[in-house]
Structure formats: C-alpha cells, structure tokens
Unconditional design. Sequence first.
Lengths: 479, 225
Amino acid sequence: MTRCGTWFTVLVVGTAPICAQASEARRAIAREEIRSLLQRLDEALAHRDVREYGAAFAPDHPGAHAIRMKQLEQLFVDGTRVTQESTIAGDPRTVGDRTIVRVEHRIRAEGCKNAPADKPAEHFREDTILVVRRDAAGNVVPTLEVEVPTDGHATTNDVLRCPPCNYEFGGAPGWLCVPALSERAPALEAATFYFVGTDLACDVSVQFDSKNRTAIEMARHLGESLRKRESTAKLLDVTAWLPPAHRQEPPAGLEGARLELSIGAEQAVLFVVTFGALHHTLFVRGLETSMRQRTKNVQDLLATYRVLDTNADRAKAIATAFLAHTGGVVTGQAYHNERYGISLTGPDGWQVQQRSGSSLFRVVWESPRGSRLYLSGFGSPRRLGAWCPLSADDWVHNLCDANDLRLGEDAATAWVEHKCGGRSRTYVCPPRGADAPNGPQREIFVLVQEDLLLVVDRIIAAADDADVLERAAKSLHVR
Amino acid sequence: MNDRHDENDAAIGPSGTPFPGEHEWLELPMPPGFAPTAEFADAAMQSCHDEELIADRDLENALRDALPTFALPTPSSDFVARTVGAIASDESRRWHDLLARHSAPEPSPEFVARTIAALADERSTAPLDTAVGFSARILRRAWPLFAIAAGFVLWLLFGDGPRQIDPFEARLVHAERRVFAHAFAPTALAAALTVAERDDDPLALPDWAPDRTWLPRRTASGGPR
C-alpha cells in the first residue's frame, strides 16, 4: 500500500467513530426514550438510592443539581419508603442539543415510624422541568431537573410577563424560564432563567422594600446580606445601571444599580431596578469562565427586561402587585384579603405596610413608640395537607426559635374553638435577651384553619399601646 | 620563537652581549669589513636554481628508464566511474573549502517573498497524486486532530475527570434551617433576601413558609410538641 493509502486509512479509521458519535449525539430524542429514563430514575428512588438517582445526571448546573439532590434526600425520613411514578406532561421541545420536558411525579411516601395510624401513607405531587441530552454513545442523559409549581404557572416562549408587577423579562435565545415555588421564594414573584447546556443562570425576583432605599443602596444591602451567609462572597463594585431597553429615554423615577460579586470560583452580577418601592432584582451567576465566555448571551437576556407601564402611579403599582400575588389590599388602616376571607383594622395613626416574604401574606402596623402588630398567613405544606393544632403549635415554636424567642411550657392558653371551624390560642413571650426584663411584651395569637394558619403577633413597646393593640387584634374577622 | 618581550634573550648572548631578538635581525649593522655586492646575490640564486634543475633532470632520467620495465595494468570496470567520482568529490571539497571561508549574506525580504511565492505556485500546480506531497498535506491538515486525540488520551490516563465543584447554593443549604422552604431554593438570592429581611426588621417573626418535609421530619424525630 502506498503511503497515501496508509494515511487515508489511518484518517478514516481514526475519525469514523468520532463522526459516528457526533451524528448519534445529534439524533432527536423520542418520548419513549424519555419515558425509559424516567422509569430508571423512579426505580432508583424505590431503592432509596438518591446517590444512584443523582449519578444518572451529567449536570449542566452543579448548584441546581446539588439542591435537587438535597430535596430528594428529605423524602427519606426515618424509614420512609418512597414510590414515585413519573410521566411526561406536555410536549418535549428542543433547545440546541438539549430536549426539555415537563414531568409530573406522583409520589407515595409510607413506612415512617411515627406516622399517624389513620394516615400510614402520604400521596402528593411534584412537577419538574427536566432537561436531557444524548451522549456520544446514544444514551439519553439527564442534565438538569428543577422543581416547578404544580398549579400550571406557565410562561410563553420563556418570557416572564407580569402586568401587576409591571415588568417583562426573557425570551432571549437559549434561555429557559423556570418559575420558582412560591414557598421557596421570599418575594412576590420569582423565577430562574437557565442558559441551557451551561452553568449560567439568572434569577428574577420582585419584592417590596420597606425602607424605600435607592437602587444602589438596595444592591449593596443584598450583597452584604449574601456575604453574611457565604463567607467567600466578595463585593467588587457597585455602579448605577439602567436596563438597556430604557437607556434612550429613562422613565421618570426609574433607577438601576449593578453590583459585581465574586464567590469562590463563581462570579455573580446583581442588578436592581427600582420603580417606587417595588424592586426588580436580576441575579446573574455562573463560573467565572462561563460568565466571561457568555457575555453576549447575558447581554441578550438583560436586553429583554422592560417596565411595562412607565407612567404607572407608584403607590398604586405596589398595591396592584400585592393584590395580584397575595390577595390583600390596604385601605386606610384596614387590611382586607378577599382570597383568604380575612380582614383586620389597625390602630389609627400607625404606619401600615404590606411585606413580601414567602408566607401567603403579611401586613404590619407600627406605632411612633415602636409597638407593632403583624398579621401573617401561612399556607399548609403540601405533604401536610391541612393544619392541625399540633402542627400549628410546632410551627409557632419554629418561628420563635428562629427569632431567639423562648416559649415556656405554660406560655400558651388552651385551644378555643370558633364558629368558623378554626381553633385558636395565644402564646405569651417573655422579653428576650439583652432587653429583659424591661423589653417589650409580646403576645402571639394563632388561628388554625385547614388550609391557613393565621398569626397575629403583638409587640407592646409602650404601656399606652396595649389597649389599642388589643382592640385591633379583636377586629380580626375571618370568613 | 622569540618574542619582543622574551626575557631569556639577554642571557643567551656571548660574553654578556644580548642576543638580538628576531625582530632585530634586519636592523643589525653589517659585520666590519663585509660589503655584499649584487653579483654575490645573483650568483647565490643561480646556484640554487641549478641545483633544482639537476635534481629534476635526475628524477626524469630515472623514471624514463624505470617506467618501461612495468606492465600496464588492466583498468577495472568501475575505474572511470571512480575516477570521475573522485574528481567530482575533490572539486566539491575544494568548493566547500572555498565557500566556507566566506560568511553567507542575509537573504533580502524580496528574496524571501519571491521564494515563498514560487513555492506556493509550485504547490498549487503540483500533481495531487504524488505520494510524498499527499502525505505531507495530510500531516499538515490533520495535526490538530492528532493533537486533540493525544490530549484526550492523556486526560483519560492522568486527569481526574471534570473538576468537582462545591457550588455555593449547596453550601447555603447547610446554613439555613431546613424547616423553612427557602433553604431548598436553587438560588442564593433566596438566602440573601431572607437575611436582608431579618436585618430590616429583626423583631418580626420570620416571614418564611414551611418546607414540605418539615413535619414528617419533625414527626420522625419525636413528634410535634
């Protein structure tokens, strides 16, 4: 054989498998192949093997994958057996070499040692967005799995558009919009955009700022808050910034800020846009190399952000956002929530504000002397199904523990039944820590309904406020 | 050889007279009473020439008498080739020696450009089916593939696979109380917002929702209060 022939043979033999694998990796993924993958993952859970479940993934986003594994580990408490049946919900779609599909998981958890005798097994549902790709050998490999709300909270073409919150974001090529579970997002609304096939992500969050800070102050405040949780975080630079869509003609009152952070090998950029006291936060994050290489993709995404109504009345805009997401509205000193059938009228002359945490709703009245009245609503956890006095009691203790409040054994009154079907009791908290014994008195009233736990928290900073607070608490009306 | 600064010269001369250095010979005065003439020099030169002629004539006579006594050898078959080769080799060596005495000049930019252009023309018009040219082209064009393949093999042999990353989202889970749902949020922004909320209103009870697994975990660890 001539040398020409030898080289040709070497080249063909050497590159043929590579070409074949590349061709195999591009082959479209059929529904049946995804079903087969889901079956394998369900079997891993049936074997109580989260590690095997996780090992099936070739994670695009290490952070999201790690969190998903932590979530699944929580299913297996003290001997619990989990049976999961996963089905494809909706048509798969393709972005680059990734296939994206919504999956519905029907979960049955049983065998918990201390489960109530009348409820040996729990049934609940989880929905996830699953991203898969085909590897070089032709196998279907999952690369990302993120839990999403089961209530069908959907976006069109990966665009998140919320007229009550007065913004629109998303729709740039390659970016997948994944709405966040409301209980996991301390905000009015939240979602994460994943740049498919990479570790890049951008979180979107809408929240109300009770301190009415500027965008730069808010960006710095959030950066400092993150640093308190993650010691490797370094705040690099805070500058004024305007969304690209509004740079030509910035609407009056629109402010923006940009804060760069370094977090170990990762890098993040926090963008805050304020329009009144409603803040839109965009948090772009990823490995430093990805952030550098994908600058154009990030810019494409940021270019999609826009305020919908630039002439909106700011106070009205905030009220609209709260009404849409919590069901509550403040009129004068009265709070009314039609969605949950709640109303309460606070003391005259006190400042009243709604808050945007991850509870169903919260409103606070504050006196000039520092006394406060909080009204909060907590939804029942999905696996719990309904609140009961025992779970409510435990939850109140958890809230107090997180706030360094200690409830004594005899701190609570007896349970009282109400006409609405609910039951209530009041906890009296002794002054805490350095404030004792002259700190403010505190009384926490709870009303338990099946799907709602109401908490009325009174902080009495001045003796003169005690009666006023008592009257306000008694104005609570539950449908 | 004596040197201008040869210190031994002074010790060699007779009766304490310094022996002249080599560079001084031509400057020495004539011995007393000696006056060389032109005839003396001519006679000396002629004598030397005559001696050379006699020697040459003697050698010529000897060869003329001796050579006829030898038989002519039969030339070998490669005699001519060897002789021509020897002459060519001798010629080549002499050229080499001659050129080696000169340093090569730097090629001019015009010369380089002209040469590269000529090579390019030659390559583009060269027949594609010459084995050497084809192999060279394959090597030139395929070397990135070979380099990648070699790198991949080395990575498989000595690498430790993809870099293991400890994402900060995962680290944050450990920093949060797991009874709260935001502890399992797939973003660090949730943690930042909760800390910010606590800083803004430290007296308030947390405005955070229960995680779905809070109560089963609580039940498993001893039941609710």
